[in-house]
Design a protein around this ligand. Structure first.
Ligand code: NAP
Length: 350
């Protein structure tokens, strides 16, 4: 029998999470086996349970934000092979997981795609690194993706000149919003206007927002406030929250021919004659439409993290290993988490 490991399993469609065991997978070509030290929780994890989207194979292992120790490399993965095989050094990696059981985060060992796995620099912990993958990829695809995004030029492929082009990011204290702010800074946008609760003003400015506004302002109030800081039309808005209320604020602000990037389906209607567009993004790097962009961005993730160009999210560690994820997802679902990523340690499961 192949070696077994503990995993948090979603028993069936719309079922309950329960602790179980399953075999440790072996890495195939282009894959990496990671001993999972830290995982971060995302809204998609409880939404999959509610909707049944993305997953077909039950019991299912969920979770896409992974940080851990690289244990084994499949064929064709040459990075760090010598170091690992000679046990010269441990290779710590962060990775974007996928919606199939061998590639899920909520277990002791998982496979990752080498293209979407990066080395964790010494300045970062497993916990901080785990807060990066989905939030960063979703912000990045929304801004730079040609299919699921606004198709802007990625700043890591060109010399960026600071411009007088404004951008607005709604929900700047959310994980996706925080990375959208940081990428907007790398892209040279100015001003970078962000909304959140007033208690998160410092956090959002620390990510790089140049102007902060209370998320409770109406579209009209926000527009009037923004008019005082820039004459330029707001041609691009990233609504990281994308609830009907934030979308209608964004629509009030968006200039003619502008683009509104959404993390959920559109609830505003695209308008005839003004040329404004909505794009619902999809942050999965494994999607064929995102593969090339995300392969190129994951190649610079280690550098971004070590230089501080991208700062991970603040986090809170949950108790009780994999089982702690269940309560964490309830807190996320009921909107009790603000400006923070919840992180769990699978190896601490009793
Ligand atoms: N399409 C995709 O591929 C994709 C990928 C990832 C996420 N998503 C979706 O994107 C959304 C955000 O995900 P996330 O992981 O970034 O969430 P998150 O970090 O859990 O979001 C929590 C934050 O949301 C903020 N917030 C809630 N309601 C708000 C509002 N009305 N206006 C402004 N801010 C508000 C809160 O801000 P304050 O506490 O400051 O008020 C809180 O800090 C979720 O719906 C998620 O499912 C989609």
């Amino acid at each position: 029998m192949s070696p077994q490991q503990k995993a948090l399993l979603l028993s069936k469609k719309h079922g309950d999470f329960e602790l179980g065991s399953r075999s440790i997978p072996s890495p195939g070509t282009g894959e990496v086996l990671v001993k999972v030290q830290s995982v971060a929780l995302n809204p998609v994890d409880y939404k999959i349970r509610e909707t049944g989207y993305f997953v077909t194979d039950y019991p299912a292992v969920l979770g896409v934000d992974i940080a851990g120790v690289v244990e084994e490399l499949g064929e064709g993965v040459e990075n760090f092979r010598k170091a690992i095989e000679c046990k010269i050094t441990l290779f710590f990696g962060l990775a974007h997981g996928n919606f199939t059981n061998d590639f899920g985060a909520f277990q002791h060992y998982t496979l990752t795609d080498a293209h979407f796995t990066a080395k964790i620099p010494p300045s970062q912990s497993f916990d901080s690194a785990a807060t990066v993958p989905l939030g960063l990829d979703t912000a990045l695809v929304g801004l730079y993706g040609n299919h699921f995004g606004a198709g802007l030029t990625p700043p890591w492929t060109t010399n960026v000149v600071e411009s007088k082009t404004p951008i607005a990011i709604l929900g700047g204290s959310s994980s996706v919003g925080s990375y959208a702010i940081q990428l907007a800074r790398l892209s040279g946008f100015y001003p970078i206007i962000a909304t959140a609760s007033p208690s998160n003003e410092e956090l959002v400015k620390d990510y790089g927002a140049t102007h902060f506004f209370d998320r409770n302002l109406s579209g009209k109030q926000l527009k009037a406030a923004i008019n005082k800081i820039t004459d330029s039309p707001i041609g691009i808005i990233y609504d990281a929250i994308s609830l009907p209320e934030t979308q209608s604020v964004a629509w009030e602000l968006l200039a003619d021919n502008g683009i509104l990037v959404l993390t959920l389906p559109a609830s505003v209607k695209e308008d005839e004659g003004r040329g404004r567009k909505t794009i619902s993004t999809f942050g999965g790097p494994h999607a064929p439409q995102n593969e090339e962009l995300c392969t190129s961005s994951w190649a610079v993730v280690e550098k971004w993290l070590s230089e501080g160009a991208i700062q991970p999210n603040k986090y809170e560690v949950l108790p009780n290993g994999l089982e702690g994820i269940i309560g964490g997802l309830e807190r996320l679902k009921s909107g009790q988490v603000s400006g923070t990523k919840l992180v769990a340690h699978p190896q601490e499961t009793q």
